[in-house]
Design a binder for this molecule. Structure first.
Ligand code: S3P
Length: 172
């Protein structure tokens, strides 16, 4: 696919912040290929992430996640990758992402904003079963999301399309 940009972008951020939707709009605006890591894992494993985590536990899930991250990072056509919320928190994954020359954008928002989306979504998120569990994870991870190259503050009044447009204007 011929694309208007030469920079490769990773979107990271907490569950429910809108990484997948923003990645979809970014790929539409910039006319380039995007990969959603969670979807790539579910396709490769032929089961949902919730099922994988429930069956083999989070530690083994992270191993599968890293294997799939390696695979998508080496897809030369993929210019935009949306990570699952935990992928960026693994040091090995951050190293691989840097090694493959991606620019990382942290979609930063408040916990309440993310929780509204998590609790209103049909998607099962095994690591955010309760608000208390999700809140704890949210605050633990802030210092790691902070390591991303760009921080984009997601204001609740912006639509995902507007966020994608602003990222496209500011980052590219
Ligand atoms: C996770 C986030 C999920 C998914 C998995 C673990 C996490 O992705 O990868 O349930 O640890 O934050 P989303 O951020 O797309 O919900």
């Amino acid at each position: 696919m011929e694309s208007a940009v030469n920079q490769r972008i990773i979107l990271t951020g907490f569950m429910g912040v809108g990484k997948s939707t923003v990645a979809r709009f970014l790929s539409f605006i910039l006319k380039c290929k995007k990969i959603d890591l969670d979807a790539a894992i579910e396709e490769a494993e032929r089961r949902s992430i919730a099922e994988i985590i429930e069956h083999i536990g989070e530690a083994d899930y992270r191993r599968i996640e890293t294997e799939n991250l390696c695979r998508v990072l080496t897809d030369k056509d993929a210019q935009i990758i949306a990570l699952g919320g935990g992928a960026w928190t693994i040091e090995e994954n951050r190293r691989l992402i840097k090694q493959h020359d991606f620019t990382t954008v942290w979609l930063e928002s408040t916990f309440e904003h993310c929780w509204r989306n998590i609790s209103g979504s049909k998607r099962v998120r095994p690591l955010a079963k309760s608000k208390t569990q999700a809140r704890q994870l949210f605050y633990e991870r802030q210092k790691l999301y902070c390591l991303a190259d760009w921080h984009f503050i997601v204001k609740p009044d912006l639509t995902s399309f507007e966020i994608a447009k602003k990222i496209a204007e500011e980052v590219f």
